[in-house]
Design a protein around this ligand. Structure first.
Ligand code: PLP
Length: 393
């Protein structure tokens, strides 16, 4: 019998991709399913970005590039950090990877040893715990419930820290909750972290730009610059520029760590796709107006979905400050209808309502469901009507 490595035994395939696949399979079998599982903008990649890629092909930029990205793109990333985040980096502190996912993966591989602990606030992005486990380390989940706005307190962070803690992960605005930490909250977390010099902070700013007006983006380094030497900032073009398929993410941080991330990349994937790098360069350096237009549409959809969800008997739902996800607590509805787990409930919704949502347990928050509003208003209206008809009957 075929032996599989111990390393992968505890790892699950991404549940969000699984829901999308399940909805697609049901649809292929002739069922009418509205999929609200997607983790990507439904907008097309802006024209000028596609043009840059086409030009790159025509110019023959179709060969290997430096492992950590073409210098022009790294410079654009450095300028982006200076311009938008007031953060200064040099070329050796920056790496371009195959999506934000690979940036985080490389960081976990370069940083963590077996026995190390990584503190991950829940609800979390599905991949953090598994990437930590693939590095042999242990995810330590700190749960923030809906009463606390899905944000952990400094006290909770402090209690979770041990001498084995090597990494603290923060993702704001958050997938799956859509909430973001205020400047004050970040400063308070920073005050704890500053006391533990062995902890590296990973700030995943992937949804930085998908934030409604009146909620200026800050990351923990803006509030706590003393953490600079041990903070990795992770970001990418996937969500802000509707470029999920292009696979370009990037990270900036301490030179020593970034250089080791590059070594790992050099022995695994090599450079991210050359053509995508030219597209990402155009995204970062070009007109940024597309982002605001997209955010405006997401906000309108958010308002509609929030209001609709609150009309479902047993649902408690917080407004989001950004992203294209919302994360209602549906425990009351589940209890009322006799569902024991959100997985069962999710199955029921696909089968009986024809609506695909991702169960909260995938994000470390059972009893919730993640709804992506990265789909048309028409689809959202249909989905909400179906949920009302099925759940309020
Ligand atoms: N970080 C968060 C919080 C995400 O939600 C995602 C994508 O879903 C990523 C990182 C990874 O993005 P990419 O597609 O660039 O790998």
């Amino acid at each position: 019998t075929l032996q599989i490595a111990h390393r992968v035994q505890a790892i699950k395939p991404s549940p969000t991709l699984a829901v999308t696949a399940r909805a697609a399979a049901m649809r292929a079998a002739g069922h009418d399913i509205v999929g609200l599982g997607a983790g990507e903008p439904d907008f097309d990649t802006p024209h000028h970005i596609k043009e840059a890629a086409i030009n790159a092909i025509n110019k023959g930029y179709t060969k290997y590039t430096p492992v950590d990205g073409i210098p022009a793109l790294k410079q654009a990333v450095i300028k982006k950090f200076a311009r938008e985040n007031q953060l200064e980096y040099n070329l050796k502190q920056v790496i371009v990877s195959c999506g934000g996912k690979q940036a985080f993966y490389n960081m976990a591989q370069a940083l963590l040893n077996p026995g190390d602990e990584a503190i991950i606030p829940a609800p979390y992005w599905v991949s953090y715990p598994d990437m930590v486990m693939l590095a042999g380390a242990e995810p330590v989940i700190v749960s923030a419930n809906i009463q606390h706005g899905f944000k952990i307190t400094p006290k909770q962070l402090e209690v979770a820290i041990t001498d084995k803690t090597r990494l603290f992960v923060i993702n704001s605005p958050s997938n799956p909750t859509g909430v973001h930490y205020s400047a004050k909250e970040l400063a308070e977390l920073g005050e704890i972290l500053i006391q533990y010099p062995k902890i590296v902070v990973a700030t995943d700013d992937m949804y930085e730009h998908i934030l409604w007006e009146g909620n200026p983006f800050k990351n923990i380094l803006n509030l706590c610059p003393a953490l600079y030497d041990r903070t990795v900032v992770l970001n990418g073009v996937s969500k802000a520029y509707a470029m999920t398929g292009w696979r370009i993410g990037y990270a900036a941080g301490p030179e020593k760590l970034i250089q080791k991330m590059e070594t790992i990349q050099s022995q695994s994937t090599s450079n991210p796709t050359s053509i995508s790098q030219y597209a990402a360069l155009a995204a970062l350096e070009g007109d940024q107006a597309g982002i605001q237009a997209m955010v405006k549409v997401f906000k309108e959809r958010h308002d509609f979905v929030l209001e609709s969800l609150r009309k479902i008997n047993g649902v408690e739902c917080l407004p989001c400050q950004g992203t294209f996800y919302i994360f209602p607590n549906m425990q009351g509805t589940m209890d009322r209808l006799g569902f024991k787990t959100d997985i069962e409930f999710g199955e029921f919704l696909i089968e009986k309502a024809g609506v695909a949502l991702v169960p909260g347990s995938a994000f470390g928050a059972p009893g919730h469901m993640r709804i992506s509003f990265a789909t048309s208003m028409e689809n959202l209206k249909t989905a909400m009507e179906r949920l009302h008809n099925t759940l309020n009957a």
